[in-house]
Structure formats: C-alpha cells, structure tokens
Design a protein around this ligand. Structure first.
Ligand code: MRU
Length: 365
C-alpha cells in the first residue's frame, strides 16, 4: 500500500544492495523509519521486540533472517540453529513455524554453496505468496461487504469493527482483515471502520488508524470497551479480525480482547468474520484453548503507554502506581462457535473442521 505517494511493502530487499529492509513499526504513526536487518540476531530482536509484528509478517521476516544467515554460514548446523533461534522469538503466531519449516525443508537437500541464493529466492516467494493470498482474501471478503451495502440506502456506509492491526503493515501487503475494506473502498462502496485501540500496545490506535488515514478510509478510534455498546445500538454491521493461529476445527487465536468482541457480536446477532490466510492454520491441533501457546509479554506494556509530546517526539509514560505489576497475556482464543465465517484465499467457509477441510482437502486428515 502507499505511504504518501510511494508504494511500500512492509519488508523488501533493496534493489541495488540486496539488503533486507523493514518499516520499524515501533515508531508509527508519528515517525516513519526504515531500518536494515543484517544478522540473525537482528532479525530475532526485530521479531521479539515487535519492530515487525503481525502473523504473516513475522513469518516473512524469519524467512529473510534465515536467508541472511545462509549467506554467512550455510552449514546444516547453522540451518538448524537458525530455525531454533528465530522460532523462539514469539510463540503464538503459527506462520513463524510455517515459514521456518518451509525454508529448512527447501534448503536441507541443497549443497551448502547453493543455499544462500535459494534461501533468498524462497523468502521472496513467501512474500509474493502472502501478497497474493491477502489480495484474494480481500476479493472474497468484498462479497460480504457488497451484501451488506446492497441492503442499505445509497451512500450509507458499511460499518466494520476491527481489533488490533491485521492490516497491510501486519502482512507483506494488503493485510488480512483490512484487505476486504481496501477492496471495498476501491470498488466505491462507502465503508466506515471502528478501530479498537487494542491495549496494551495499542496496535489499533497506532497502526490501524495510521493505515486508515493513509488510505483515506473513514474511521473512528474507539476504546476497547466501546465495541459492545456500539453493537447494542446497531452501529456495527460486521466485525472482521485477523488471526495468529487457527485450529483445524476453526478455533481462532488472535490479539487479546478478540474473544470479548466475539461474545458481544454473538449476543447482538452481528456477523463476526476472521480473515484467515492458510499459512495461519495449524492443522496439527483442534482444541484452541488447550493447545495454543499464549504469549505472555512484559507487564510494563500494561503499566506504560507510548505517545507523542507537543514537540513531536515519541515518549513513554507510566500510568499505574510504581508498585502495581502488569499482567500481559497477549492473545486469546475465540471458540469456533462464535465465528460466523472464515475468509480465506480460497473462499469463505464455516469455522469448523468440515468447513476448513472442504476448502483445503489436501490437509484434511
Ligand atoms: O502482537 P501482534 O501485534 O503481532 O498481534 C497481531 C495480531 O493479533 C493480528 O491480528 C494477527 O497477527 C493477524 S495479522 C494479519
């Protein structure tokens, strides 16, 4: 998508030097900083400390981290160690394991001398595939937006609530939950997005809002607690969120607070959709609550917030008493029964083992 007049992906290789560049998301929306990642350790830090985040982008970044390491040391030992180092960075998003497995399986049979080039090519393929998957999710989700728009008076916007940031900056491009929104806008359908701020790290307030501004999408930032109220008063037509890991039975793990939105949507008869790229499906598990590891991040993300001062500099302040500890589970699981449908690159399906197996028969047990 565009930043100003320039089209960006969230990760790319410099055309001249081949260096891997990312948009350092820690500074958005107030500062747009691009940084180069070189060593495996830099890639690991960038994922762990959330310079990049969002399930698909975490996977793409790990793939390039493995490629950079292959250029330094293409041995089997280095390949396996790199898989471990990068895999330990964040536990919940399955795209990380998916991308690392895909890289290692491709590289292992190759002679050492061929590994670096093959790794960079495979990482680029993963990025290109991600863009195409998200584009298709957008086109499939667009049909849902069109259905709602068709029942409204001309000019009345389709009102969509989203949580966290499942936008282009969380993927390589387009986003997952935002892709139907961007496609709706391109198709000339009026849309209005309610952006959950998404405490503690405020990915909605910082990143989704930035995306909406950048792409001219009408939106309101709302506190996380406002969604239920807006739903009760008929102000939300549908919810679309992303996911970090979805089980083979359709349980959805996403940013903390997603479950509460699903409950409120269910209680108010509002469709709750999950935009789901297939690399985010963990085909090995079916009980989301029991089997998905939930990342616990530092409590200081809860006790402190980041913002912009009047002089334009970005700073962090403490909001709670010195002695109060923060507890910070970063994701929650929404059971399949609360999900209206999964918007995948192959179409929309029920959040169920059958729904997913029908769309992806090659994975069906
Ligand atoms: O902790 P984050 O910011 O990496 O969490 C991101 C989310 O929860 C997104 O909704 C999810 O990764 C889907 S991104 C297309």
């Amino acid at each position: 998508m565009k930043v100003g007049e320039t089209h960006y992906r969230s990760i790319w290789r410099d055309g001249e030097t081949g260096a891997v560049r990312i948009i350092d998301q820690r500074w958005l929306p107030h500062e747009f900083r691009v940084v180069t990642l070189k060593t495996r350790e830099e890639f690991a830090t960038a994922i762990r400390d959330m310079w990049v985040r969002g399930a698909p982008l975490i996977g793409a970044t790990a793939a390039y981290g493995m490629a950079e390491q292959m250029a330094r040391d293409p041995s089997d030992a280095s390949l396996n160690e790199t898989w471990d180092v990068l895999h330990q960075t964040r536990p919940t998003a399955i795209n990380l394991r998916w991308a690392l497995d895909r890289m290692r399986t491709h590289l292992r049979p190759l002679p050492d001398a061929a590994r670096a080039d093959a790794a960079f090519q495979r990482a680029a393929d993963i990025c290109d595939e991600d863009v195409e998957i998200n584009r298709q999710i957008g086109l499939n989700g667009l049909s849902l937006i069109k259905e709602v728009a068709a029942k409204k008076a001309p000019g009345d916007p389709v009102r969509i609530l989203t949580h966290c940031n499942a936008g282009w900056i969380a993927t390589v491009d387009w986003g997952t939950a935002t892709s139907p929104i961007y496609h709706g806008k391109e198709a000339g359908i009026p849309v209005h997005v309610f952006v959950d701020e998404t405490r503690p790290r405020n990915q909605g307030a910082l990143l989704t809002a930035w995306e909406m501004v950048g792409n001219g999408v009408p939106h309101d930032l709302i506190v996380d607690n406002a969604g239920g109220h807006l739903m009760q008063h008929g102000e939300v037509d549908m919810v679309i969120v992303g996911t970090d890991r979805t089980t083979a039975s359709g349980d959805v793990c996403n940013k903390i607070g997603t479950y509460l939105k699903a409950l409120a949507a269910h209680d108010n008869g509002i469709p709750f959709y999950v935009a789901l790229p297939s690399p985010t499906i963990d085909w090995t598990i079916s009980d989301g609550l029991a089997e998905i590891p939930i990342e616990e991040r530092t409590g200081t993300e809860v006790t402190r917030v980041q913002g912009k001062l009047a002089d334009g500099t970005t700073t962090e302040v403490q909001i709670s008493p010195d002695a109060t500890p923060g507890r910070n589970p970063a994701f929650d699981v929404t059971p399949a029964r609360l999900v209206t449908g999964l918007i995948t690159e192959r179409g929309i399906c029920d959040a169920s083992a059958k729904g997913l197996a029908d769309l992806f028969p090659e994975h069906a047990k």
